[in-house]
Design a binder for this molecule. Structure first.
Ligand code: AMP
Length: 478
């Protein structure tokens, strides 16, 4: 299969050749032809599958087609807003998608891509929204702010993409998404990407999409063949630290992403590792955007070897040289485990996902194994073996027929959830919209940011040499 045979125009296929892509990935092969044909899509694809290109390439084709269409010509001086709107849960992911748009659209003449995300000043964003614009990539909250002040024009959007819709709903953005969708013409094409389409995500899909085609190329039960999973049992936190210290000094470790459960732990652990001489920084939602950008740049250009992060902050990180993902603190939800380990093994290279667990974590380990339907092989390190006997773990299995599924059980992405309500909904009946958190709470990006307010402290990220160039999230990226 070639990109040309999927119906992509020459400027796009040339950019893909420049990027070194030989052939489309499975999700690209499955989603691009129907997307080009104009269909609405519900796509269940795992992170790392090449899903960004699966919507961005048809989007660029649409923009090129509009350039040659006299009926879509734009008058100078008028504000039209974007032709393509991508909504995404986090700032990092938005910036990542904008980069992909620039890479794939580098031969599209005069392509205008802008990001509108929270945590950065309004000025450059306002300028971008008023100027000529092809693709707008935005987090829902900030875009809604601009809509409410009349600064954002969405009346000419032809394609709406909801990326990581399940995560946007987890973050409480459902009302914002609906309001934004109401401002986009009903004639639009809508592409929705999510790890799951059960519960509220399915409800949202049914209300926003017209006669959608379903594309399912990967699910949370996939084997992650190129990611080796390991589980180390620790007797206590001192033992856990010793295991971590040993793993971080292994020669095969290129770059490591270490997950903690709270912002406080992320700062504490980064400080501890910095004291030991590691090139390390922490990344979480309590940091200002400028710092977050610099940290990510430090990771990309290799000045940082270790990043200690919380779940939300690490979303969208796409760095091929991350060889190790280490779960120092366990996630709150099994889905997050899948997102975490997907930060390694990017674009076909091998990765190692190591979980450090204490006895009290055994319930979550069980839930994760049940969710992924895979077991994490227990591993020990010579000289650092646990002294306490490891908890008994049964091989993950599907529940026997006739049993109602429990939250966290492995399910097909489009399977109806019935009374097994999603995490943020009521337990019985139609849970849609019922148990949404209060408005103030919704603005808090994630559970961890509420549970552990950031401790102001010294930044452990000290860029060396030439300061890293700052991406410009608010302005034109081209
Ligand atoms: P995504 O799932 O969109 O986050 O993409 C995962 C990674 O795969 C990114 O680093 C992309 O640059 C890379 N990628 C996407 N499509 C292809 C392709 N057809 N061939 C090789 N790499 C790709």
């Amino acid at each position: 299969m070639t990109f040309e045979s999927l119906g992509l125009p020459e400027p796009v296929t040339r950019a893909l050749a420049d990027a070194g892509y030989d052939a489309p990935t499975t999700v690209q092969t499955a989603a691009i032809p129907p997307a080009i044909a104009g269909a609405d899509l519900m796509v269940a694809a795992a992170t790392g599958s090449g899903k960004t290109a699966s919507f961005m390439l048809p989007a660029l084709r649409r923009i090129l087609a509009a350039r040659g269409d006299a009926t879509k010509r734009r008058e100078k001086g008028s504000v039209y807003g974007p032709r393509v709107l991508v909504l995404t849960p986090t700032r990092e992911l938005a910036i990542q998608i904008a980069k992909a748009a620039e890479t794939y659209g580098r031969h599209v003449p005069g392509l205008r891509v802008a990001t509108v995300v929270g945590g950065v000043p309004y000025g450059a964003q306002l300028k971008a929204l008023r100027g000529p614009l092809d693709i707008l990539i935005s987090t829902p909250g900030r875009l809604l702010d601009h809509l409410q002040t009349g600064k954002a024009e969405l009346g000419h959007v032809e394609m709406l993409v909801l990326d990581e819709a399940d995560r946007m709903l987890d973050m409480g953005f459902i009302d914002d998404i609906r309001t934004i969708a109401d401002h986009v013409p009903a004639t639009r094409q809508t592409l929705m990407y999510s790890a799951t389409f059960v519960g509220n995500v399915g409800h949202l899909a049914r209300s926003l999409l017209r006669d959608p085609q379903k594309v399912e190329v990967a699910s949370h039960t996939d084997t992650h063949a190129n990611i080796e999973q390991r589980l180390h049992w620790a007797d206590n936190s001192a033992h856990k630290n010793a295991l971590l210290d040993h793993i971080l000094t292994q020669r095969e470790l290129e770059q490591a992403l270490v997950f903690t459960s709270t912002q406080r732990d992320a700062d504490w652990l980064a400080d501890r590792l910095a004291d030991m001489g590691h090139h390390v920084a922490s990344l979480h939602g309590g940091h200002p955007q400028g710092r977050r950008n610099r940290v990510l740049q430090g990771l990309r250009d290799g000045r940082l070897k270790i990043l200690v992060a919380t779940d939300v902050a690490a979303r969208g990180i796409d760095v091929r040289t991350i060889s190790h993902v280490i779960n120092y603190g366990l996630p709150m939800k099994p889905e997050d485990y899948v997102h975490r380990i997907g930060r390694t093994g990017r674009a076909g290279v091998n990765g190692l996902a190591i979980t450090l667990a204490e006895r009290m974590d055994s319930g979550m380990i069980r839930r994760i194994q049940q969710f992924t339907t895979q077991s994490m092989p227990v591993t020990t390190i010579a000289g650092l073996e646990p002294k306490v006997q490891a908890p008994k773990m049964h091989a993950p299995s599907s529940r026997p027929p006739g049993h109602a599924p429990r939250r966290g059980d492995a399910r097909r992405p489009f399977e109806h959830r019935g009374n097994d309500a999603p995490a943020h909904a009521g337990a019985r009946g139609n849970p849609f919209d019922r148990a949404l958190p209060a408005r103030d709470e919704r603005r808090a990006p994630a559970w961890e940011e509420r549970r552990a307010p950031a401790r102001p402290g010294p930044s452990s990220f000290k860029p060396r040499g030439k300061p890293a160039q700052r991406p410009r999230p608010g302005g034109f990226s081209r």
